[in-house]
Design a protein around this ligand. Sequence first.
Ligand SMILES: [Zn+2]
Length: 272
Amino acid sequence: MAAAVSFLYDTFHNRRRITGRLVTLTPLRIGSGEAAPDPTAVDNPVIRDAYGRPFIPGSSFKGVWRSFAEQVLGQRENGDRGCCDPLSASCLSREEVKELKKEHKDTRRLAEEIYTRLCPACRIFGSPHFAGRLRVRDLLPDGSTWPGFCEVRPGVAIDRDTRTAYPNRKYETEAVPAGTVFIFEAVVENAGDEEWRDILLTLLPFTRGELSLGGCTGRGLGRVRLENTQVTSVTSANLREFLARGWSGLAPLDLESACREAGLVLGGAEDV
Ligand SMILES: [Zn+2]
């Protein structure tokens, strides 16, 4: 057990950075969730940063990554899922944590007890009781690929019973045009070997364009592909170099090499 939980956060073991370019293969719609204050503006605007540029919140990317990981990680032999659904039944309830806190006054021991009870997805992506390994930064557009405007897609509200359009219920929805590239960066802290393999394994479908982001994915929107993926690793062996020179002072590996180094067996080179 000691080996499995040795990677808490009180000691540095490793830090990895994954970078890449996320290309929108079809228009991408991540709504701001707010009504536009300007009455002449589009009804359903995309989320934008302070400079008016659309961006992809890191939490949106991480949410899709996590949902996929929950489906595939830790599968049991009987076909049951090995990960909890944190929205309905978490792998570790507040009551169980309360009990553990009563039982273990030593904070490191308590952290170990909590960690060992978490499912693989909660260990990597986080739970209310334990910080996850993974942080995904907000993805900003590459200025050379962002055309400076969004597509506006007209729609009309349909009455479900009569299957006819409601009068005066037209609306407009914004979407980022296909071909826009967003800059991807994720940082992984103190992941154990198995966690790191799971992180890479569940990232691979993004590199094949198999997962979609945002809204209206049923209508074909939000198909994305992660390209030029690179991994930079810091361990105790090059920690001093990293502290002195930062990420740019370390040589990255391409994703295929990083996967092989982590012990994953891949198919053809075109997979990555
Ligand atoms: Zn869980």
